[in-house]
Design a binder for this molecule. Structure first.
Ligand code: MG
Length: 232
């Protein structure tokens, strides 16, 4: 799986649609996510935090569809902090002048329709914390790619990492070892997950961190006097 020449490739139709969908996912990262999702979706449902316009939903959803599984995709669709007017990642095309707010839901829905994933991807239009409040279903994959502030990233991690089943995957996007190249919140939660002793570190693809929940249910926290649960 980690050798890109051994990766399964996606159907041509998806690749055509992917070229038209806005997003920040590199194709090599997307292909890695697709391959991991092919494996994960044989074990259970997948979850992504941060749908945006649906690029990553195509990669994960296409894999889920092959296994008759489901991807839950959470986003309030009002844009994260850095996507608001005046911020670095603001896109005027995604600003809805009728409501004077960023609105990515209509485009996300159109992406699912174009990709034929409406029966595979379940949109959850709310804050990640609200979706997590009563959540009980074990997840085979959690992809964290929501807000990039420390508060948002830590909330997503605390809400969802604990639901990953044994052998399931935690994927974190936008990990930059060099602070000059990008915000450090994703790297912070990646390190929290590693410190918990609950995850095995697999190779990264560009800025995509890949962790796998241990098969043995015996966490060994790395810091003395702290339980693994504190990191989740
Ligand atoms: Mg991202």
């Amino acid at each position: 799986m980690q050798n890109r020449y051994e990766q399964a490739s996606m159907k041509a139709d998806y690749n055509i649609i992917l070229k038209t969908v806005k997003g920040f996912l590199d194709p090599e990262e997307g292909l890695r996510i697709y391959n991991i999702s092919l494996n994960a979706s044989q074990m259970g449902p997948c979850m992504e935090i941060g749908s945006y316009c649906g690029k990553s939903a195509i990669y994960i959803g296409a894999a889920c569809k092959e296994n008759n599984a489901v991807l839950f995709s959470i986003d309030h669709h009002r844009g994260s902090e850095e996507q608001q007017p005046g911020e670095g990642y603001f896109d005027p095309e995604l600003f809805d002048h009728r409501i004077f707010k960023v609105n990515t839901f209509e485009i996300f829905r159109k992406t699912l329709e174009m990709a034929g994933l409406e029966q595979t991807v379940v949109p959850m239009i709310c804050a990640s914390e609200a979706a997590a409040r009563m959540w009980k279903t074990p997840l085979a994959l959690v992809f964290i790619d929501g807000g990039h502030s420390y508060e948002a990233a830590c909330t997503d991690y605390q809400c969802w990492a604990k639901h990953i089943m044994s052998g399931g995957y935690l994927l974190i996007h936008d990990i930059f070892p060099d602070p000059e190249k990008g915000g450090q919140a994703p790297r912070h939660i990646y390190e929290l997950a590693l410190s918990s002793g609950l995850f095995e570190e697999l190779s990264m693809t560009k800025t995509l961190g890949v962790l796998r929940r241990n098969l043995t249910p015996s966490p060994s926290p790395k810091r003395r006097g702290e339980s693994a649960g504190q990191y989740l």
